[in-house]
Design a binder for this molecule. Structure first.
Ligand SMILES: [Ca+2]
Length: 341
């Protein structure tokens, strides 16, 4: 599959990128979590509580709860780094943007602050794909403004912003915090998976039916293959989007979140540590206190089904800004006086 040839080529060229290895399978049995630990899904048909902030970002309220983080050893497409599965408690409600941060939202930040992304400050630029040759290249021409898709495709304002580094995403959050007088930040990895699952325990929030994926998410599919025939090994079916799609293009999950699977990968606040799933203390949703890599979740428009599952996780050096991978969605913390805070 070409897409993984590409990823491996990037990893080989960048010593700051992760070596994905995990020996956690051996401890699956002793760390097994009872099924009763999973939180209840929202009642069918219930409407999420919504907050629209002063910048027009739309949030849904994610209720506190507990869930099983990670995947079962027999989950198709599963990687050992997703285990051992264990109980995690999200101890307070939080607001989560109902979609990935869009091009228009990021542009508003840039125009208000004059911010230059790391890809723009670094003479090397961002990582894009040469679709004709099927290789990944870093280029000064590749930025969030011009991710390098083959013409005539262009990202619209309602598509997720991409080619942003972890620091770029964090800068957006800090600006929003100041502007709105509230705490904006990236989700922890546990918050992200809890919100993406929305009470479910399957591969995707809508279940385990891989054939249904193209009706619920923008992933690597027949549309991508038609636009870029070199890409194979993709999802069966056609989601209608060869590259990025509007951030609300598919149905939301039961918490009201659009696009948790596919479209853009989403930076999380957490550092990555190889043994964190096995040795982490208690059931807290907090991540490791330090590390070299930041976790990114959810899969993207180029990915095959296995890379878009709720438990799927990868990590990169925080300066990485790859056109496929690097988007984000924000969390807004509840005011202390708010119910459920
Ligand atoms: Ca697609």
């Amino acid at each position: 599959m070409l897409q993984w040839t590409i990823v491996l080529a990037v990893v080989a060229a960048r010593p700051d990128l992760p070596v994905v290895a995990d020996a956690s399978v051996a401890v699956e049995a002793r760390c097994a979590v009872p099924a009763a630990a999973t939180s209840a899904a929202p009642p069918p048909g219930s409407a999420p509580e919504v907050l629209i902030d002063g910048a027009g970002l739309r949030f849904v309220r994610i209720p506190a709860g507990r869930f099983r983080m990670g995947s079962a050893p027999d989950e198709p497409g599963r990687a050992a780094k997703e285990g051992p599965r264990r109980e995690v408690v999200v101890d307070r409600d939080f607001w989560m943007a109902d979609r990935e941060t869009t091009v228009a939202q990021f542009r508003a930040f840039v125009e208000a602050t004059g911010y230059l992304t790391e890809a723009e400050r670094d003479a090397g630029g961002g990582f894009g794909i040469d679709f004709a040759r099927g290789v990944v290249e870093q280029s000064a021409a590749v930025t969030w403004r011009e991710p390098g898709f083959p013409p005539p495709f262009r990202q619209a304002d309602d598509h997720p912003v991409i080619v942003v580094s972890w620091a770029d995403a964090d800068a957006f959050c800090r600006w929003m915090s100041e502007r709105e007088g509230a705490t904006y930040r990236l989700p922890t990895e546990a918050e992200w998976e809890y919100a993406a699952r929305a009470g479910g325990d399957a591969r995707w929030w809508f279940g385990d039916d891989e054939a249904a994926l193209v009706r619920h998410a923008n992933v690597g599919d027949a549309s991508l293959h038609r636009a870029a025939p070199a890409f194979t090994g993709l999802a069966a079916g056609d989601d209608g989007h060869p590259f990025t799609a509007p951030a609300d293009a598919f149905p939301p999950n039961p918490f009201g979140l659009f696009g948790v699977h596919g479209n853009a990968w989403e930076w999380c606040a957490d550092w990555h540590r190889d043994d964190w799933y096995r040795d982490r203390p208690g059931t807290s949703a907090e991540g490791p206190p330090a590390g070299d890599f930041r976790v990114i979740r959810g899969g993207g428009w180029l990915d095959p089904p296995s890379r878009t599952r709720s438990a799927q996780r990868i990590w990169f050096g925080p300066t990485f800004r790859y056109c496929l991978l690097s988007g984000f969605r924000v969390v807004r913390e509840l005011d202390d006086a708010s119910p459920g805070a």
